[in-house]
Ligand binder design. Structure first.
Ligand SMILES: [Zn+2]
Length: 294
């Protein structure tokens, strides 16, 4: 972004796109304000009962920002392109702002990554659901899955992952059926096939979907032999969530976890298809290269 103007036009394009409207009343008719005393990028609604002024940052987490829009765009770039998230210390160094500012920038950006309006739509197809303890499992005896969210005090993340690559996650106070049911029903299309472990909390929830398959989690069963059901996808998401959140949990406590969770899920949902190249040795000893997009 060579100038502030470039950054502003970039954000107008990214935030408003082709359908531009007044953020106060939603009207499609407005005009740019011109004049030497007017700051660039200021618009006024043409609706007689509204007539309010706004810029591209109005009613966004960038609202009333004192920072350059260029700094915002650079910060967004840093957060969105770092594969594991970026600390405010590193960000402050790169952007040339103090750490407190970098911290605020990071949080505002994470807030924008949270799909609170449900724009991403419902998960569909084959969808795996599982919960995970943030900050590591409570004392775990092999083969016994006890204390599911009760008495451990540790925050729990409920995670749903569709086989087509989309995922949702949120923090829940406990792993009881009545807590998880409305969330899962909100996330997942009822025509989907739900796959969970055998936890009894999922019994009733499963009835809301076209089919419900289960996997015996605690017996280290990777796929159900009869149905071939597995929850490897959601376990992959869980592993990412765990790795990213453990540090956050120990450093910051649970207050900020939901925001970091939003960032992790955004990253999962927007990851570029990566091409994996595997080399295989055939029986004749010659090597073939198999490329697949995952
Ligand atoms: Zn308006």
């Amino acid at each position: 972004m060579p100038t502030e103007r470039h950054a502003r036009l970039f954000l107008e394009n990214a935030i408003w796109g082709d359908v531009r409207f007044c953020p106060h009343c939603g009207s499609l008719s407005f005009r740019p304000l011109r004049g030497t005393s007017v700051r660039p990028g200021l618009y006024q609604c043409a609706e007689t009962e509204c007539r309010r002024q706004f810029t591209v940052t109005t009613r966004t987490p960038l609202h009333a920002t004192k920072l350059d829009l260029r700094t915002w765009v650079a910060a967004m770039f840093l957060v969105l392109t770092s594969s594991k998230g970026i600390s405010s210390v590193v960000m402050s160094r790169i952007l040339g702002v103090n750490q407190k500012t970098a911290w605020k920038l990071g949080h505002a950006i994470r807030e924008m990554m949270d799909d609170r309006q449900g724009i991403a739509g419902r998960l569909s197809g084959v969808v795996e659901v599982d919960e995970t303890f943030v900050g590591g499992k409570p004392k775990f005896r092999h083969g016994v899955k006890n204390m599911r969210g009760r008495g451990t005090g540790k925050p729990i993340a409920l995670v749903a992952a569709a086989r087509n690559g989309q995922a949702r996650a949120t923090l829940i106070p406990n792993a009881q059926g009545c807590t998880m049911k409305p969330i899962i029903e909100d996330w997942i299309d009822p025509a989907s096939v739900l796959i969970t472990d055998k936890n009894s909390s999922y019994h009733k929830i499963g009835a809301s979907f076209a089919n419900h398959l289960t996997v015996q989690h605690n017996k280290r069963q990777y796929a159900n032999r009869k149905t071939a059901a597995h929850i490897n996808t959601v376990e992959a998401v869980n592993a990412v969530v765990q790795r990213a959140l453990i540090g956050v949990y120990h450093r910051l406590g649970r207050k900020h976890l939901q925001r970091y969770l939003a960032e992790i899920i955004w990253r999962w949902n927007h990851r570029a298809p990566e091409t994996r190249v595997r080399q295989r040795k055939s029986s004749t000893g010659s090597q073939s290269v198999e490329t697949r997009t995952v």
